[in-house]
Design a protein around this ligand. Structure first.
Ligand code: 5AD
Ligand code: SF4
Length: 473
């Protein structure tokens, strides 16, 4: 048993990060234990978790398990959890209740709990003391040891709880089972060193560790060979890519090298305004296969609150960066994240946020009420704004965000855009895909178009999507 520790999670040293190329094994005893058995994986949270689940799926499938979507018939249920806000927590705890019920009917079901929540001291303690029936608890640094934990669970019938609070390493030998045949997530870095005062990620995911450029480029080249059409380069703070490597190679260099692989579409998330350089903007403008779409979290429009959040930029600096992007990449769509109700946010601070939204007219924004996370500096800041007031601010902000989302979409009416068709739409009888600028388009078209980038004429505009027709073959 190994429990997480917040003080260790906070530590940062200058130690060189080990790259592990042979750290994944499947013990002989469990090599085929999944034959004729099913597993189900439930994923919460960000794209990083979605991609971790693709690794976990490949690992468990190497033991013979077959993936199913419905946990009622699963022999192994894996919960890949998110700790970013309280509501993500609540969803997972609710799901544990349902799994307990299934396990009472069938005690042979094996339950594994992983992801960012497992890295939290309070949660790990709770799982140990109050949920001993959860068979495996593993953190973000060691999910690749799932085969060993499965073996130990089966042989001892005791809870396997192993969570490390460490800076972390880079593991290059993991198998992956991608959810899509056309779009791929590619990690370029792990962890985060920014320590924004509200955010739990630097504690749950460790120190910033960039993968080596060659490992990334080779992965993308392999995807090109396998006919992938799009890669999204993933990291908590991708603009800081390479800073920890000391090899004089940065995100602009990486974007250029990935562009030169000729993969048709490149995206990257998530950016931090602090490290977003003019060189990067120039490279995005230069290469047609780097998509004109940037997610650029603002968090607040008030310089005072940004300062309390530890964001390292002022409202004016954000606006300057936004305008430089729009000037150099005129068709670029820009989306953002905004938190309302941060401790000490006054009516005037909130108005600053409203003003900047009115000025910049984001294509879309993900908006949140501030949620205190234990162990973060903001969680002990004095907070005197009532819950009702926070909810009102969120509603006011959302109304404005929706207005600009719709107005931005209106510009697409009757335009011809390129769409990568991904599959069936949730709306029956239609296919769906995204434009280069990340607008969702629903199209009535035959299935033969799935996996292709096609020209589409936009016929109808909604707030969250558009309808269109294919105009060439
Ligand atoms: N409370 C509310 N929102 C948060 N985010 C991160 N931490 C918190 C928190 N404690 C939001 C930020 C971030 C997005 C992924 O989640 O806006 O950009
Ligand atoms: Fe959290 Fe800030 Fe790091 Fe983003 S940059 S993961 S918000 S600490």
């Amino acid at each position: 048993m190994n429990m997480p520790n917040i003080n260790d999670a906070r530590k940062r040293t200058n130690n060189i990060i080990p790259i592990k190329r042979d750290d994944f094994i499947i013990p002989e005893e469990v090599k085929n234990i999944g034959k004729n058995k099913n597993y189900c994986i439930l994923t919460y949270g960000c794209q990083m978790n979605v991609h971790d689940s693709e690794n976990i799926s490949a690992i468990i499938e190497e033991m013979g398990y077959n993936k199913i979507d419905n946990m009622d018939n699963a022999n192994v249920i894996i919960l890949n959890t998110c700790a970013i806000r309280e509501n993500a927590h609540n969803k997972v705890m609710g799901m544990l209740g349902r799994i307990k019920h299934l396990k009472e009917k069938n005690p042979d079901i094996i339950t594994a709990f992983c992801g960012c929540m497992a890295q939290e001291v309070g949660i790990a303690n709770k799982l140990k003391d109050k949920y001993p029936w959860v068979d495996i608890v593993m953190g973000t640094h060691n999910f690749h040891k799932l085969p060993i934990y499965l073996k130990n669970t089966i042989s001892t019938n005791k809870q396997q709880l192993e969570v490390y609070s460490k800076e972390g390493d880079v593991i290059e030998c993991l198998p992956v089972k991608r959810d899509s045949k056309y779009k791929a997530w590619v990690n370029i870095m792990y962890g985060c060193d920014k320590f924004c005062t509200y955010c739990i990620v630097p504690y749950t995911r460790g120190k910033q560790r960039s993968r080596l450029p060659d490992d990334i480029i080779n992965e993308v080249k392999e995807l090109v060979k396998n006919n992938y059409k799009e890669v999204t380069l993933l990291g908590q703070n991708v603009n800081a890519y390479g800073k920890d490597l000391n090899i004089n190679y940065n995100m602009a260099n990486l974007l250029e090298d990935v562009a030169l692989t000729n993969i048709p579409r490149i995206r990257f998330v998530t950016s931090h305004p602090w490290d977003f350089t003019s060189d990067m903007i120039d490279i995005i403008a230069k290469y047609d296969n780097i998509m004109p779409y940037i997610h650029l979290p603002l968090q607040s429009g008030s310089t005072k609150i940004l300062n309390k959040m530890g964001r390292r930029y002022t409202k004016e600096e954000y606006i300057k960066l936004f305008k430089e992007i729009k000037n150099k990449i005129p068709n670029c769509s820009i989306t953002t994240d905004i938190i309302v109700g941060f401790p000490g946010e006054t009516k005037k601070d909130f108005k600053d946020t409203i003003d900047i939204v009115n000025e910049l007219k984001f294509d879309l924004a993900y908006t949140f009420i501030y949620s205190p996370r234990e162990g973060t500096p903001a969680s002990i800041m004095k907070d005197n704004v009532s819950v009702e007031e926070k909810k009102e601010r969120l509603a006011t902000l959302n109304e404005l965000i929706n207005k600009y989302a719709n107005l931005n979409n209106q510009k697409y009416k009757d335009k011809i855009v390129q769409v990568l068709i991904e599959g069936q739409s949730e709306k029956g009888n239609m296919l769906m895909g995204y434009t280069d600028t990340m607008k969702l388009v629903n199209i009535k078209a035959p299935e033969k178009y799935i996996g292709k980038i096609v020209n589409v004429k936009i016929t109808d505009i909604k707030t969250w999507s558009m309808d269109g027709v294919i105009i060439d073959d």
